[in-house]
Design a protein around this ligand. Structure first.
Ligand SMILES: NC(=O)c1ccc[n+]([C@@H]2O[C@H](COP(=O)([O-])OP(=O)(O)OC[C@H]3O[C@@H](n4cnc5c(N)ncnc54)[C@H](OP(=O)(O)O)[C@@H]3O)[C@@H](O)[C@H]2O)c1
Ligand code: SF4
Ligand code: SF4
Length: 383
């Protein structure tokens, strides 16, 4: 395992972190963690040198934190890891809630401090609310009294807001979604470079897009991978692409079995930044472009249709909707649409004024497509 210093925090973390949002469960029930298998995974992860464990208030419907608390209590393991958890931004209604949630999380985790504490999934409306309620003073207090070691935030909105938040506080680190399909969305590559240049550690989440980039590739994609001089699994290609960036401090993977853990740990022991050849980068770009050909709405995200008078974020909705066709799976897009988007940006706000269609150079029937996208993305898909 290799280690890197986490931004302004005075500790080093393993370059592979354990995401505790996808632990093994019983009967497909998210709230029933299979504790025997999850403990085995966790202890093996520590044996392999992983020291960064990422959880959050809502993971596994609250049971991820309680499970981790119990598991790390054994044999002094708590002292061997950097524990990260997150304030549930959506649940905060008054300044008192900051301490109430943090203290509850400390109890669940059976510890007197959380090493790395994040404001969870910031987007513009939650950031504005938290800021107005005094979240930055709360973070200062919690660091001063030792309940948290350092502060960061996780992020799913767009680049200008990301930069605003980076500049608003003396953060030690941030957490962004980053993988070869998402280089230009959310914080993206520019955000990664921006945060790192300001001295923040950068934790990457969803490096395999929740597992989609690791699944057996469709034949036209596999034919591309087969052309590579060195043969690798789809997961290895995707993880190497993220670790190739020297700005990445730690990549989180929601590993849920031992073979995934072993493959990813092996890679984390050997991979070097800036080591992909130009041919390998070009090949990954080709794979990305092929995957993008599977889209349903030919939106180029040019933004000519914006601003919509009703506030609808048209290109972002089409990008999320297109993911259903790129990966043949609605679960991830449903989660992104319903959890990470501001209510004011949703397609349901469309008044059918027609202004966007007149402006769209791709002649997309935006109003009908938005209606369809909203129907598909709002519906909870079956597991
Ligand atoms: N703060 C936030 O807003 C936020 C949002 C999302 C995630 N997170 C955190 O970030 C962590 C990482 O995100 P993620 O779990 O989405 O990561 P990810 O690496 O994109 O996806 C994890 C999934 O990839 C598959 N996988 C991992 N390694 C593999 C391998 N070697 N071979 C084949 N498949 C492999 C597994 O899927 P299968 O189920 O197919 O086996 C696993 O569940 C989460 O666990 C969570 O802690 C935070
Ligand atoms: S038709 Fe709907 S999405 Fe398009 S500009 Fe009008 S309100 Fe916005
Ligand atoms: S104008 Fe058309 S192509 Fe451009 S962002 Fe809007 S919907 Fe997409």
């Amino acid at each position: 395992m290799q280690y890197r210093r986490l931004g302004h925090f005075d500790h080093s973390v393993s370059i592979l972190g354990m995401g505790c949002m996808r632990l093994p469960v019983i009967d497909g029930n998210e709230s029933r963690i299979d504790e025997a298998r999850a403990s085995e995974l966790l202890y093996r992860a520590i044996d392999r040198g992983i020291n960064y464990f990422d959880t959050a208030y809502p993971y596994h419907q609250g049971h991820s934190e309680t499970f981790l608390g119990r598991a790390l209590e054994r044999n002094g393991l708590r002292n061997r890891v950097q524990l990260a958890s997150k304030l549930p931004s959506w649940a905060i209604e008054s300044p008192k809630d900051f301490d109430r949630y943090l203290n509850e999380q400390l109890q669940r985790l059976r510890t007197d401090h959380i090493d790395c504490y994040l404001l969870h999934a910031l987007k513009s409306d939650w950031w504005t609310k938290l800021y107005d309620l005094g979240v930055l003073d709360f973070l200062d207090r919690a660091i001063a009294d030792g309940r948290i070691g350092c502060a960061g935030f996780s992020f799913h909105d767009e680049l200008p807001l990301f930069k605003t938040i980076v500049d608003a506080y003396d953060w030690s680190f941030c957490q962004i979604q980053y993988n070869y399909m998402d280089e230009e969305i959310q914080a993206g590559r520019v955000g990664l470079e921006y945060a790192a240049a300001k001295g923040l550690g950068v934790i990457v989440m969803e490096p395999l897009r929740g597992g989609h980039l690791a699944r057996p590739a469709p034949p036209e994609i596999q034919r591309l991978w087969d052309r590579a001089a060195v043969q690798r699994s789809p997961a290895e290609w995707a993880l190497r692409w993220v670790w190739d960036r020297p700005e990445v401090t730690c990549l989180l993977s929601g590993m849920n079995d031992l073979s995934q853990l072993e493959e990813n740990c092996h890679l984390a022991g050997t991979v070097q930044p800036d080591s992909l050849s130009n041919e390998e980068k070009a090949l990954t770009n080709e794979v990305r472009d092929q995957l993008r050909h599977r889209i349903k709405v030919p939106c180029t995200a040019c933004g000519y249709c914006l601003p919509c008078p009703a506030g609808v974020n048209i290109p972002r909705i089409f990008s999320i909707y297109n993911d259903c066709f790129i990966y043949g799976d609605q679960r991830f897009p449903h989660r992104i649409y319903t959890i990470t988007m501001n209510a004011s940006d949703l397609a349901s706000n469309c008044t059918r004024c027609g202004q966007c269609e007149a402006a769209c150079p791709q002649h997309i029937q935006i109003m009908d497509m938005l209606e369809e996208a909203h129907r598909v993305l709002s519906e909870k898909p079956e597991d």
